[in-house]
Write a protein that binds this ligand. Structure first.
Ligand SMILES: *Cc1c(COP(=O)(O)O)cnc(C)c1O
Length: 354
């Protein structure tokens, strides 16, 4: 499929690189491809970034048939533009699509569309230390019709947002509230998919945690309310008596690409990594025994975020000395080093935009 190109005739003023906010500024162009039942995906196009025209009955507005992805484009010191495992994002987009009855998107076409869009807006990839261009692919159901059914029309869109360094003052440990009332997802539901509705469902817990002075929520499983699932929109890891533990992907946990990359790096460093069901009681127990050495969360937005302490039923669970753990720091430095092309890419994770 040939990608049609319509360039803007009024390029925007680029934001100041010293003051880039996540999710606030968008580049000059976007990629759009539509689906119509009987025709399949058609008319891929790069066009000026602009509001969408949707019928008020568009199904996504009523029944939430929508999924998204999140990845980043990094500018290397020599100016090259690098992506980190982008094929994994489009594979996961299709896994999310499958669960939400959205038609399969050819991953090669999606990657080519992204590549062309990045070339079109390459001047928007910031170069200041720690900055990136955040990439948001998403799919929405656009058939104009009420009544719960599978939409016959969709749009697949990619937009780009230049973002500042996540930790302008360096890594900082977070404080996490372990949530005992609300749940994010259940097995059999859509927790493993990056389905938009999951994030609407998580707001209440996030609001509660933030009102109480915490950075984020740690979600427990929806059945037993004991097994640890995720922290906010990140996967979570613990280091207990030298061993790295992370919740096994159970169907209600989002399979993070940073999670997978972290597991592979940790194993390559000779550490024991166990993916298993891990309960909040075991976490509290490790703290009591003095074996909870470290904890951190992983995700594209923050890469690796060290966790200083948890709150569970009003009691504090402190990870290590409450500061930044050694493994968190090493993982953050290694992953960002690979992503910016400063460290050797021994796993073949980095893909150049060209
Ligand atoms: C996106 C996301 C993650 C992290 O995935 P990455 O691929 O590492 O960015 C973890 N949990 C949830 C709920 C997410 O939405």
């Amino acid at each position: 499929m040939k990608i049609k190109m319509t360039l803007t005739d009024s390029p925007k003023q680029k934001p100041d690189e010293a003051d880039l906010k996540f999710g606030k500024n968008f580049t000059d162009h976007m990629f759009v491809m539509d689906y119509t039942e009987g025709r399949g995906w058609h008319d891929p196009e790069i066009k000026p970034y602009a509001p969408l025209t949707l019928d008020p009955s568009a199904m996504v507005l009523h029944y939430g048939q929508a999924v998204f992805e999140g990845l980043k484009c990094y500018r290397a010191d020599d100016g090259r533009l690098l992506l980190f495992r982008p094929e994994m994002n489009f594979k996961r987009l299709n896994a999310s699509d499958e669960r939400l009855c959205i038609p399969y998107i050819d991953e090669e076409t999606a990657l080519r569309g992204l590549n062309e869009l990045l070339i079109t807006d390459k001047e928007w990839v910031p170069s200041a230390e720690g900055t990136t261009l955040y990439i948001r692919p998403f799919v929405i159901a656009t058939e104009p019709a009420l009544g719960v059914h599978i939409s016959s029309k969709y749009s697949f869109i990619i937009i780009l947002n230049p973002v500042g360094a996540y930790y302008p003052e360096g890594l900082k440990p977070t404080k996490i509230l372990i949530e005992d009332e609300y749940v994010r997802a259940v097995k059999g539901g859509v927790g493993f998919a990056k389905a938009s509705g999951n994030y609407a469902a998580s707001l209440k817990g996030q609001q509660k945690a933030q009102r109480q002075g915490f950075t984020q929520t740690m979600w427990l499983d929806g059945v037993h309310r004991r097994f640890i699932e995720e922290v906010g929109t990140s996967n979570v890891f613990f280091k207990i008596a030298g061993e790295i533990i992370t919740p096994a992907l159970s169907g209600s946990i989002l399979p993070g690409i940073t999670r997978d990359s972290s597991i592979r790096l940790l194993k390559s460093w000779g550490l024991k990594v166990t993916e298993c069901a891990f309960s909040v009681d075991e976490l509290a127990d490790a703290f009591e025994k003095g074996t909870l050495e470290e904890s951190f969360a992983t995700g594209t937005a923050t890469c690796v975020s060290p966790i200083g302490e948890f709150s569970w039923n009003g009691k504090k669970i402190i990870a290590g000395d409450g500061g930044i753990g050694e493994i968190s720091k090493r993982l953050f430095d290694t992953l960002t080093g690979i992503q910016y092309g400063r460290l050797e890419d021994e796993f073949g994770w980095v893909k150049e935009v060209k």
